[in-house]
Design a protein around this ligand. Structure first.
Ligand code: AMP
Ligand code: MN
Ligand code: MN
Ligand code: MN
Length: 296
C-alpha cells in the first residue's frame, strides 16, 4: 500500500478513480497497462471494475504493488430492476467469497446465454452469424459484450458507427438490450455483502430516469444493503450532480467517483471526471469495510 492517505473530504480526493475497465471485460488496456496509465496520470487509489468478473485483478494487483498504487478489487455487476438493466459496483477488499463465488459463475453463464439471444435478435435484422462476427472483433477469449456486437454491426455496414449501433439496436430498451438473464438488484447486492464487500450503484444519472424514479432506485438499493452510489461518473451536468448529492444524503448513502474508463484516445482517461459539488457528502472510502484501502 502506498504512503498517500485518502483525504477526509470527497471534494479533495483528486487522485482517486474507483471505476475502470481492462481487457478482462470491454476495456482496451491489459490490467497491468491500465495501472501504468493510472500512475502516469498521478492517481494514488484506484479500483478495477470489469463487467461481471474479477479476472483482471491479480495482474492489476502485481503491477499496482510494483508502482505503489493502492488497488481495490472490484467488479461491475449487470442486474435487472423494474425491467431495466442496471449496474452495481462491488468493491471486494476481502476478495471473492461466500455466495459471490457462485454469483460470478452465474453471471458468466448469464452473459453467454444473453449473447446467444442478442445474436439471434441481430440475425433477424440481417447480421448473419452475429456471434462469430462479434467474437472476430475481439482479441483473446474474454466474454463478449454489447460493444463487440456494436463493432460487428459497424463492420457489416448495417450502421455507420458505434453510437448508431447502440442508438438503434443495443442501447436501453432496444432489441439488443436483453436483460432477462441477469439477477435482480437485491440478489447481486446480497452476493457482494456476503463477500464482505461494499455495493455501490453505478452511474445513477445514466439510466435516463426521472428524479422520482431515481429516488425509488436509490431507495431499493439502500433497502437491499447497498452502501453508496457514484455521485460523479465521468463528465456530467453540475446541476444534476448537486441534485443527486441531495438524494444520496437523504438516504445516508455514501458518495463514490469514477471515470468509467474503457480505452485511451477518447475524451475520458483514468481520473478524468467532473469536479465534486460543494454539497457536503460522505465519501465511500469512509466505509468501515474499506479501512485498509483508505488509510494507505
Ligand atoms: P454489456 O456489459 O455487454 O451489457 O455492455 C455494456 C457496455 O456497452 C457498457 O459498459 C459500455 O462500455 C458500452 N456502451 C453502452 N452504451 C454505449 C454507447 N452508446 N456507445 C458505446 N458504448 C456503449
Ligand atoms: Mn463497458
Ligand atoms: Mn456501467
Ligand atoms: Mn463501467
Amino acid at each position: 500500500m502506498p504512503m498517500i492517505a485518502l483525504p477526509e473530504t470527497f471534494a479533495d480526493a483528486t487522485t482517486i478513480d474507483l471505476h475502470m475497465h481492462s481487457t478482462a471485460s470491454d476495456g482496451a488496456l491489459a490490467p497491468g497497462e491500465l495501472m501504468q496509465l493510472c500512475q502516469s496520470r498521478g492517481l494514488s487509489h484506484v479500483a478495477l471494475t470489469d463487467h461481471d468478473t474479477v479476472a483482471g485483478v491479480d495482474e492489476a494487483r502485481s503491477e499496482a504493488e510494483r508502482l505503489g498504487i493502492a488497488l481495490l478489487a472490484g467488479t461491475e455487476l449487470s442486474v435487472q430492476w423494474r425491467g431495466m438493466t442496471i449496474h452495481v459496483l462491488g468493491y471486494l477488499p476481502d476478495g471473492v467469497r461466500g455466495t459471490l463465488v457462485d454469483g460470478l459463475v452465474a453471471q458468466a453463464a448469464a452473459r453467454e446465454a444473453r449473447n446467444l439471444e442478442i445474436a439471434r435478435r441481430l440475425e433477424a435484422i440481417g447480421l448473419d452469424d452475429a456471434l462469430e462476427r462479434a467474437r472476430a472483433t475481439v482479441e483473446g477469449d474474454r466474454p463478449l459484450g454489447r460493444p463487440d456486437f456494436a463493432r460487428a454491426l459497424v463492420a457489416a455496414e448495417l450502421v455507420p458507427d458505434m453510437a448508431a449501433a447502440f442508438k438503434r439496436y443495443l442501447g436501453a430498451g432496444k432489441r439488443g438490450d436483453v436483460k432477462m438473464h441477469w439477477p435482480y438488484l437485491g440478489e447481486a447486492v446480497g452476493w457482494v455483502r456476503d463477500a464482505g464487500g461494499v455495493a455501490v450503484l453505478a452511474h445513477p444519472l445514466r439510466y435516463k430516469l426521472t428524479r422520482r424514479k431515481r429516488g425509488l432506485l436509490l431507495d431499493d438499493f439502500a433497502d437491499a444493503g447497498g452502501a453508496g452510489a457514484e455521485l460523479i461518473s465521468g463528465f456530467q451536468n453540475p446541476d444534476e450532480t448537486r441534485d443527486l448529492a441531495r438524494q444520496l444524503n437523504e438516504r445516508e448513502l455514501l458518495a463514490s467517483k469514477g471515470s468509467d474508463f474503457h480505452f485511451p484516445g477518447g475524451y475520458l482517461a483514468p481520473g478524468s471526471m467532473s469536479e465534486a459539488p460543494r454539497t457536503a457528502v460522505a465519501p465511500l472510502w469512509q466505509h468501515p469495510a474499506l479501512g485498509g484501502f483508505a488509510v494507505g
